[in-house]
Design a protein around this ligand. Structure first.
Ligand SMILES: Cc1cc2nc3c(=O)[nH]c(=O)nc-3n(C[C@H](O)[C@H](O)[C@H](O)COP(=O)(O)OP(=O)(O)OC[C@H]3O[C@@H](n4cnc5c(N)ncnc54)[C@H](O)[C@@H]3O)c2cc1C
Length: 399
């Protein structure tokens, strides 16, 4: 005789699928407002790799609402200079220290440390990620959504009023509700490496180098490390010291400026530039990489997701606590989708400039950048765009 095992069932107001930085920030925002929230992730333990390395000024301003900015600032490395160069020639020099914000710098902090701080803050407000829980199916009913979850110890059903897709680029939530992502992919592969090196330029400036063979970024990190980012045609599974050194020698300053002594971590990825056509469908919402992906140029990916999370947290809390009209929830897409489109455009412009190959195109680019770079207004515009402050809106502060 066949035994039918009934899956355990639980109810919640909000189910967040995915405990990357975006899901964690949203969980904190909702828990702080007293909303019944559950957050699950299919990983057995959180990711521990470096990935996104910069937290921008606007992100820090918004993260104040969930009480994590101070902790991030304590652990991060503050840099005030960013330059775009062609080998030895400075094309544009930016300074972040005169920006209209109390976070007038680029805060360098590897993503695993940002996630650790978010996790700790979530615990402080009484929440906890349910690790090792994979959402396999989502079924919409008249009263909400049934999420079918594999927990490792068996199946579980969670009944939620709202489900949030914070489940990254290959979002199951987005796929389930049939929201398309519009955009494309880049041909180039990008490599990242966190290294130790003797860098004669010191540790107070992010430098982005253009060169005939491709892009190179050198960014100081806490603890004397440096983040190297480069475009490549093909890549070994792990970058060795000699691989990173070769990139520095071929694309950085022409006279040996750096000697790599240790590679702590490396990774590579192919890039896409896409935005979801909708951020909300009925009781489903998309945040972070589930809603938008783009090139790491300008370091905007994780930042945009963290801001999505804080804004959605405020809107959803208000809607649940004050029983607002359903249309109030549309605020989220109205505020955040245009921001992602602007970020995508910025990252696209920076990436296209960086991967130009033809000599005449590169010369023209350099002349234009060097000329525009002389104008304070142009530099201020770039500083405001990179820091995210140009996307700060009155509407988001009023929420
Ligand atoms: C190698 C690499 C380098 C990067 N470098 C940079 C950089 O330099 N600058 C930058 O800004 N960004 C960078 N990024 C991007 C940045 O890491 C992402 O923008 C950021 O992690 C997005 O956060 P998220 O929370 O939206 O999604 P993710 O971090 O992708 O988290 C999604 C989570 O959802 C979970 N999940 C997925 N499906 C399910 C399911 N069905 N059930 C339960 N859980 C599920 C996953 O396990 C994961 O933990 C990099 C990414 C990579 C991979």
């Amino acid at each position: 005789m066949q035994t039918i095992v009934k899956a355990a069932t639980e109810d919640t107001d909000v189910l967040i699928v995915g405990a990357g930085p975006t899901g964690l920030a949203l969980a904190i925002a909702l828990m702080r407002s007293g909303i019944n929230t559950m957050i699950v992730d299919k990983l057995v333990i959180g990711q521990n790799t470096s990935r996104a390395a910069v937290v921008h000024a606007h992100t820090l301003e918004v993260l104040e609402s969930i009480n994590v900015s101070e902790r991030l600032v304590q652990e991060g490395l503050k840099l005030t200079k960013f330059s775009i160069r062609d080998r030895d020639h400075v094309l544009v020099q930016l300074h972040f220290d005169s920006l209209p914000t109390r976070y007038n710098y680029l805060l360098m902090l590897p993503q695993d440390r940002t996630e650790r701080i978010l996790n700790k803050t979530l615990t402080d407000v009484g929440g906890a990620v349910r690790w090792g829980c994979t959402v396999e199916k989502l079924v919409e009913t008249s009263g909400g959504i049934h999420a079918c979850i594999e927990t490792g110890q068996g199946k579980q059903v969670i009944n939620a009023r709202y489900v949030i897709g914070a489940d990254g680029m290959h979002s199951l939530v987005r796929e389930t509700v049939g929201i398309e992502c519009t955009g494309g992919s880049y041909e180039q592969l990008f490599v990242l490496a966190d290294v130790e090196m003797n860098w004669s330029y010191g540790g107070d400036e992010v430098m982005q180098f253009f060169s005939p063979t491709g892009l190179l970024v050198v960014a100081p990190l806490p603890a004397g490390r440096y983040r190297i980012v480069a475009t490549v045609d093909s890549v070994p599974m792990q970058l060795a010291i000699t691989d990173v050194q070769a990139l520095l020698d071929a694309r950085g300053p022409t006279h040996a400026a750096g000697k790599v002594t240790y590679v702590h971590w490396s990774s590579h990825f192919r890039l896409h530039h896409r935005v979801a056509n909708q951020y909300r469908r009925r009781h489903f919402f998309l945040v972070g990489d589930a809603a938008h992906v783009h090139s790491p140029a300008g370091g905007q990916g994780m930042n945009t997701g963290l801001i999505d999370a804080c804004i959605l947290g405020r809107i959803l809390s208000h809607a649940i606590l004050k029983h607002s009209d359903d249309s109030y929830l549309d605020q989220y897409e109205i505020l955040r989708r245009p921001a992602a489109q602007q970020v995508l455009q910025l990252a696209e412009q920076l990436t296209q400039m960086a991967i130009m190959k033809g000599l005449s195109q590169r010369l023209l680019r350099n002349v234009m950048l060097r000329t525009f770079g002389l104008f304070p207004m142009f530099r201020h515009h770039l500083e405001m765009s990179l820091s995210g402050l140009s996307r700060r809106t009155a509407a988001e502060t009023k929420l």
